[in-house]
Ligand binder design. Structure first.
Ligand SMILES: Cc1ncc(COP(=O)(O)O)c(C=O)c1O
Length: 415
């Protein structure tokens, strides 16, 4: 008799749903489809030659280290490089404040494991990164949400929600996934003061911070928090845990991210990571170190900024040219995404079906809302990093056909 696997699943596993995006990626991979759905970097910009040289060197000179078990915290050389790199952006972390993770996604899972008891409330942006909702929901998170606008999280609405005592708030200050918006300097300062006033920790997720195409760098929350505490050089204090990754600057296939936190928190996260995977691949860590060292990462980031800036501009131009005036969109200063808002009466799920018929794909916006309402169905996320400029133009033209035909079928009210 075969085992009834389903009846053995934990409650936690039974409640997990597959990511809408992973499902979509399957549909959108069909031949002839132009996909703005995934958050994929452009494969043409992967520094393949540099990887080949690094691989050769790691195996020739460091095979005993690279192919062996390693420390759960990560390889010392890589952690030190990350600490030096971040110092240039004002984040004065020591090696002991850095934990290497298997992608930022693992960081989100470990944070969920560390902080969330079933039923705990987590404050998120509306919309927010779907992968964080997936990671936190497994631990039974309930959500409170605060909307974003063109200047990021609307901090003027934050205080009432903070009074409800969330366990922590999860914030994406730079070129937010999915909306592409950036938290303004003034709002960052306000957020830090409020986090301090109510004693609510902040998880700052920053995979895109280095992919800025215009405007000036804005200090991360983790830096403003230290300044507020007057403890710039002491990482045992502070309300902010900072996450970043090599996925968007080098290659997501590396599965390499990191957490910056007070040493006490790093210690606890390290214990939890031991149970998850003992440590992130030593081979991959040494590869990333060899690839990134000697200024290569900075040079490479400058190159990819150029490529993505052009693609963003092509998408913005095509939207202005092809889309009807009832539809609006964000104008991201960096990152990989822009966010379209449809007029009331239209919904992104039925648009998605018409778009597939036109051979173009995107992610309907409702996936990115922890708390769904009528509003959440009015948006779509478009990625501009993966397709070539010619495909972007053609994809937006196709999408405009689907949008215009949907518009004719609904009684549109101006927003
Ligand atoms: C906001 C955000 N956080 C985390 C991740 C996960 O990144 P990683 O590839 O490092 O796991 C992503 C990936 O798209 C993201 O957009």
């Amino acid at each position: 008799m075969s085992t009834l696997w389903k009846s053995r699943y934990s409650l936690r596993a039974t409640e997990v749903k597959s990511s809408a995006i992973r499902e979509l990626l399957r549909v959108s991979g069909k031949p002839g489809m132009i996909s703005f759905a995934g958050g994929l970097p452009a494969p043409e910009v992967f520094p393949v030659e540099r990887f080949k040289e690094a691989c050769e060197k790691v195996l020739r000179e460091h095979s005993a280290l690279a192919l062996q078990y390693g420390a759960t915290e990560g390889c010392e050389v890589l952690r030190a490089m990350i600490a030096r790199h971040m110092a240039r952006y004002g984040i004065q972390a020591h090696v002991d404040n850095v934990l290497i993770t298997s992608g930022s996604q693992q960081a989100l899972d470990l944070i969920g494991k560390l902080f969330i008891n079933s039923g705990d409330r987590v404050l998120v942006e509306a919309p927010t990164y779907l992968g964080a909702l997936q990671a936190f929901s497994v631990y039974g998170a309930q959500y409170l949400s605060v909307p974003v606008d063109a200047d990021g999280l609307r901090t003027e609405l934050l205080e009432d929600t903070l009074r409800l005592g969330p366990k922590f708030m999860y914030v994406l200050p730079n070129f937010q996934n999915p909306a592409g918006v950036t938290l303004s300097e003034g709002r960052r300062e306000q957020l830090i003061l409020l986090a301090d006033k109510y004693g609510i920790p902040v998880i700052e997720d920053d995979p895109y911070g280095q992919l800025r195409y215009e405007g000036k760098h804005i200090a991360p929350l983790v830096v403003l928090d230290r300044q507020n505490m007057r403890r710039d050089d002491d990482f045992s204090f502070g309300n902010v845990i900072y996450l970043s990754t090599f996925s968007k600057t080098l290659a997501p296939g590396l599965r390499l991210g990191w957490i910056v936190a007070p040493t006490e928190v790093i210690g606890k996260l390290t214990q939890l990571k031991q149970g998850a995977d003992l440590h992130t691949s030593t081979f991959t860590q040494l590869m990333a170190y060899e690839v990134a060292r000697g200024g290569f990462l900075d040079h490479h980031v400058r190159q990819i900024r150029k490529v993505y800036r052009e693609r963003r501009d092509v998408m913005l131009q095509a939207l202005a040219e092809f889309f009807p005036s009832e539809v609006t969109w964000t104008r991201p200063k960096g990152g990989l995404f822009l966010w379209i808002s449809l007029p009331q009466g239209m919904d992104s799920q039925s648009l998605f079906r018409s778009a597939l018929a036109e051979n173009v794909a995107f992610v309907p916006g409702d996936s990115f809302y922890a708390i769904k309402d009528r509003e959440s169905n009015r948006h779509l996320r478009l990625n501009f990093s993966y397709c070539s400029p010619a495909q972007i133009r053609e994809g937006i033209r196709r999408l405009s056909v689907a949008v215009k035909s949907q518009l004719l079928q609904v009684d549109v009210q101006p927003v």
